[in-house]
Design a binder for this molecule. Sequence first.
Ligand code: ZN
Length: 221
Amino acid sequence: MSYQHQYVDGTRIHFPLGKVVCIGRNYAEHAKELDNPIPTEPLLFIKPGSCVVPAEGGFKIPTDRGSVHYEVEIAVLLGKSLSTRPTPEEVLDAISGYAPALDLTLRDLQAKLKEKGLPWELAKCFDGACVLPPFVSASSFEDTTAIPVRLTVNGEVRQDGSSAMMLNPIVPMIQHMAAQFSLQAGDVILTGTPAGVGPFIAGDEVVLELPGVSRFESRVL
Ligand code: ZN
């Protein structure tokens, strides 16, 4: 199924899907559960637009490359370009919406790549590696430092976090990203995953939530 940005009410968002800029180890409890040190500066990586699939109707995972871990994350959709050193006001003005996304990761492969000091693309950029439900308009959120996010699998809450727990909060994180490379309308920021990551298997029933704001049901095909 091809992907097009849209809002929860079904309105299509007309700027094209760009890149997906991600931050690793942005929640201390998650860094700890994978035995990773907390980075001294933001750990950034990029997933290509080609890996994005809609959450609607379910999604496939690779079956021949070891474990596929879920990482639920607050996704931020940009509606304006940002570059050099944007102010906090410019960042807020550029945010179009928020969604509870999945950053899918081939965890066994990532562990091998990390061990060898190699880049993570093989573990993070496969087709289907970013599952995106529709966005809720940014106007529904008053405070970017208190957005909850939750993943439920087969009726059991597996991840339950909030932007309040981020080591790099959303606005300074995007300021930092834009200082490294240009961000464009249609780009998506994945803001890191809270603790509780684990493997998906085919048939898992998945609920992605920004609790109190939006809720999407999906499944692993
Ligand atoms: Zn992630």
